[in-house]
Design a protein around this ligand. Structure first.
Ligand code: DX5
Ligand code: ZN
Length: 210
C-alpha cells in the first residue's frame, strides 16, 4: 500500500511539503476544486502548485474536482506529475480527456463519487491507469470514511482480475490509522487531515504503512 498525502487541509502548505519530504509517502495529492462541481474553491493559483512541485521530493497526483476538465489540463504541462484524475460525473467527453492526459505523458485516473454506480466506470477501465474511489463526498477534508467503500474495492478488484486489466485502485477520504485496514486491498490511500493536521508527520505516516 502506498500513501498519497493530500495538502488540502494543511495550515501552511509549503511548510507541510517540507515536512512530508521527510516521510515515507509516495505522492503528493493536489485537490483542485472549481466551486461548481464541488462547493469549494481550492488550488486555483498555479504559483502555489509550482512552488509545491519545486519543493516536493515526490511526484504530484492532480485530483480535478472541476466541471470544465479540458480547460484545466494545459496548465499542468511540464510539472513533475504522476497522474491527472478527473471525475466520471463531469459532462465532458471522457475519452477525449483521457487521450489528452496520456498525450501530455501523464498517467490518467477517473474518480467516482460515493453515490455513482460503480459499474458506470467499467467501460473506461481498459483505457485508464487508475480509479480514484471516493470514500467521502468530494469537497472537504476531515470527513468520516463511508463504510461501503470496502465492498466496492473488492467488487472492482474482482472485475479487474477477471478481465485481466492493469488499472490501480486508489481510495480518497476519511483514511486514518483506524480506517486504513478497510482499504488494504487498494493500491494507494490518499490521506489528508490525519497527517497534515498533526505535529508528528513521520509517526502518522508510519502508522499507516505498518
Ligand atoms: C476530498 C479530497 C480529499 C481530501 C482527503 O474532496 O478529494 O483528497 O483532501 O482528506 P481527508 O484525509 O482529511 O479526508
Ligand atoms: Zn482528493
Amino acid at each position: 500500500m502506498k500513501i498519497s498525502a493530500s495538502l488540502l487541509d494543511a495550515s501552511d502548505r509549503i511548510s507541510s511539503v517540507d515536512k512530508l519530504n521527510q516521510t515515507g509517502i509516495s505522492y503528493l495529492h493536489i485537490d483542485v476544486m472549481d466551486g461548481k462541481m464541488v462547493d469549494n474553491i481550492q488550488f486555483q493559483d498555479m504559483d502555489e502548485i509550482k512552488s509545491i512541485n519545486n519543493l516536493s521530493h515526490f511526484k504530484l497526483q492532480i485530483h480535478l474536482m472541476v466541471e470544465d476538465v479540458s480547460s484545466y489540463l494545459d496548465r499542468f504541462i511540464g510539472l513533475n506529475i504522476e497522474s491527472i484524475t478527473f471525475h466520471l460525473e463531469t459532462k465532458q467527453d471522457i475519452l477525449e480527456n483521457i487521450q489528452r492526459i496520456h498525450d501530455m505523458g501523464y498517467r490518467c485516473g477517473i474518480a467516482i463519487c460515493p453515490d455513482t454506480d460503480i459499474q458506470d466506470i467499467y467501460p473506461y477501465l481498459d483505457k485508464i491507469d487508475m480509479i480514484l474511489l471516493m470514500s467521502v463526498i468530494p469537497g472537504r477534508g476531515g470527513q468520516s470514511f463511508i463504510l461501503d467503500t470496502k465492498d466496492k474495492i473488492i467488487m472492482l478488484k474482482n472485475y479487474i482480475g477477471k478481465n485481466h486489466l492493469s488499472v490501480l485502485i486508489e481510495v480518497d477520504g476519511g483514511i486514518n490509522d483506524k480506517t486504513i485496514s478497510l482499504v488494504k486491498d487498494a493500491d494507494v490511500a490518499v490521506v489528508g487531515s490525519y497527517i497534515v493536521k498533526s505535529d508528528h508527520y513521520i509517526e502518522r505516516v508510519n502508522s499507516l504503512l505498518d
